[in-house]
Design a protein around this ligand. Structure first.
Ligand SMILES: [Zn+2]
Length: 338
């Protein structure tokens, strides 16, 4: 099959490799309905994460089960499934506590920018739909696998509830999904921090009530203005830089909560600032598996359309153009037709 391989930073190719096989009795093989490129795929692409050997890219997926290992019980060939980018058994103490992304058997999915993929721990990782959904729902269900699940976790970790005032730092695909999540959770005011017109527009569509284009101290001042000098109850940090963490901390009210899902790069915390600021924080890789049944249900019932976040669609063979478009921020998120 043709699959996406990153050879070295900037060198991404679609090339022929062997089809995936069942390696463990707990594996499943799925035929992908679509795949996509994640913002986090850009780190090795940009050389910000080492590439020691060719990497088989892709960790967001949905599709139809074609083969299962001898011990798989909860999914069977012919079923449409969505899985998390974190592989989990869904039975260990961390999974049962709702933190499947810290599963004792955790692995990170790879190899999903391809027509077929192997999913380890299929019983704990995959959730099947009752019927094979119509093709127009595939982008929405694909979004659930990572980008929506991560935005949802940011809002959940930031304790967004009915009537909350929320600030979302970051207007990438995850930030935009954070806006959608906050809206679904009943937030009254959702401030999206964004400088890009197309992203501001999408943020409004997903439920943002206010847009703040300023950054740094000016951005904080604007948020303070909008919240009567108080700050936000919940802040979703969806970038992972020191600048975005500073923004998140400064926009949060005392006793407020920050959900952070941008993987920190070069971020350090000042203990005294956290202590005297009285800020609560929870973050990390999203336990998407916890949210999958609920989010898939919302998509299937037509309540949410997270697939709108894909603003460019390309055939898998043109994956290199997709990486380039996201790297240059010409595209928010690229869907790959397989
Ligand atoms: Zn587990």
């Amino acid at each position: 099959m043709l699959a996406t391989i990153l050879h070295k930073p900037g060198d991404i190719r679609c090339e022929e490799i062997a089809d995936p096989k069942i390696l463990q009795p707990t594996d499943a093989i799925i035929k992908l309905s679509a795949s996509c490129i994640c913002g986090s795929d850009l780190w090795p692409y940009r050389g910000l994460q080492p590439v020691d050997r060719p990497m088989h890219m892709g960790h967001e997926y949905c599709g139809v089960v074609v083969e299962i290992g001898a011990e798989v019980r909860t999914v069977r060939p012919g079923q449409f499934v969505v899985g998390s980018f974190c592989i989990s058994d869904n039975t260990c103490p961390h999974c049962r506590f709702g933190f499947q992304s810290s599963c004792v058997q955790r692995e990170f999915m790879s190899g999903a920018q391809a027509p077929y993929a192997r999913v380890p721990l299929a019983d704990g990782t995959l959730v099947a739909t009752a019927e094979v959904p119509s093709a127009d729902l595939v982008p929405d269900l694909l979004a659930v696998s990572d980008v929506l699940g991560t935005g949802w976790y940011a809002a959940d970790a930031a304790e967004v509830r009915e009537g909350s005032t929320v600030v979302v730092v970051g207007d990438g695909a995850v930030g935009l999904m954070g806006v959608l999540a906050a809206k679904e959770m009943g937030a009254e005011r959702i401030v999206a921090m964004s400088r890009h017109e197309s992203r501001q527009k999408l943020a409004r569509e997903f439920g943002a009530t206010d847009i703040v284009a300023e950054r740094g101290e000016e951005g904080v001042a604007r948020v303070k203005d909008l919240t009567g000098g108080v700050g936000a109850d919940s802040v979703l940090e969806c970038v992972g830089t020191m600048e975005s963490f500073d923004q998140a901390l400064a926009c949060s009210r005392p006793g407020g909560t920050i959900g952070y899902v941008g993987v920190p790069h070069g971020v350090n915390f000042d203990g005294q600032r956290l202590f005297f600021g009285q800020k609560r924080m929870l973050g990390g890789p999203a336990p998407v598996r916890r949210f999958l049944p609920d989010l898939m249900d919302r998509v299937l019932k037509g309540k949410i359309k997270p697939g709108k976040v894909f603003d460019l669609q390309l055939p898998l063979a043109e994956v290199a153009d997709g990486y380039c478009a996201m790297d240059e921020r010409r595209a928010i998120k690229v869907l790959l037709r397989v």
